[in-house]
Design a binder for this molecule. Sequence first.
Ligand SMILES: NC(=O)c1ccc[n+]([C@@H]2O[C@H](COP(=O)([O-])OP(=O)(O)OC[C@H]3O[C@@H](n4cnc5c(N)ncnc54)[C@H](O)[C@@H]3O)[C@@H](O)[C@H]2O)c1
Length: 369
Amino acid sequence: MSSKTRIGIIGCGNISSIYLKNAPRFEAIEVAAVADLDADRAAAQAKEYNVPRVLSTEALLADPGIDIVLNLTIPGVHGELAIKALEAGKSVYNEKPLALDRESAAKMLALAREKGLRVGCAPDTFLGAGLQTCRKLIDTGAIGQPIAAVGFMMGAGPEAWHPNPFFFYQKGAGPLFDMGPYYLTALTTLFGPVSRVTSSSQIPFKQRPIGSEPHRGELINVEVPTHVAAVLDFVSGPVATLITSFDIAGKNHLPRIEIYGTEGTLQVPDPNTFEGPVLLNKRGEEAWTEVPITFGYNENSRGVGLADMAVAIQCGRPHRASGEVAFHVLDLMHSIHEASEAGKHLPMASTMSRPEPFPENLPFGQIPA
Ligand SMILES: NC(=O)c1ccc[n+]([C@@H]2O[C@H](COP(=O)([O-])OP(=O)(O)OC[C@H]3O[C@@H](n4cnc5c(N)ncnc54)[C@H](O)[C@@H]3O)[C@@H](O)[C@H]2O)c1
């Protein structure tokens, strides 16, 4: 590759560290500048990860030395900042979710189309070795025709350990918006788009006490459903049941994702990770078989979707962790909540194409042209 695509990161919080750590390992990209509302935080990350420039958000957006804006800010500003980046003539890659509302996400995609720019979005865990192995098994008929899937994200909520857990219970969060993107991106990149959804949800606790410092004992007012049970019909046939919950006090023994086909069952790894294990059980077999992992990106590879977008721009091909997939996932999350309120199935207005799979055995840092 002749020259590296120059990335400007806005948002130097928690998740920025893994992007900054991985970035130098990708042949296609380099981090040219960082910015944050908190300039000290940006400076500290720049120092730790050898980023040459610390800029204000406005200066970064205006800088001709930045090709792609990597938007790692909080969900509430994803839409507004991405639109500013596109208006400034830069492609943008957002952390999840793409935006809080459908309107700003749709505006983002329209603006990118109009200007010939790209919108990408996390999660990129579906490009990891575990989920790519599952994709190959499904595409090559290892479980026959997929009939059904289940996904379970069952937890007690983050207020026991997270230092600042208030936002998890405000509009735009809750278990579905916080963790749903991993599950829904995994399922849609395996099966394709969803045709309709329905769901039931509830808020069993209107206030939740914080168990962690520095807010121990304070109460959080809960604005969003914390137990969401959804059913999704995929255009390609399978029906998936997805439960995301912050209301599970004790342990549970449910899988993260399991897929049931006419000839067998596939146990899919945690979609919030890049690795395996991948387990297969064919009709009549006594035991599960652990499937050998032959794909690359078999470790925490956050940023692989961004690097793929950089290569895609250089080569003029579609990128995999696309705004189109992320928009369908956002539309699904809103529709799941709306279906529970309406008490019926809702048809999906948006759609998407499954991104191309990765080839096997890619070394870390390499992305196919
Ligand atoms: N922390 C995780 O484990 C994790 C995992 C996966 C995805 N994410 C996603 O990553 C994103 C960021 O999460 P985080 O945990 O790093 O949050 P964080 O609160 O630690 O960091 C966000 C940073 O963005 C900055 N910021 C906010 N608004 C800004 C603005 N308008 N301009 C410039 N900077 C601004 C804040 O000052 C802060 O430093 C979220 O979308 C989240 O869903 C986080």
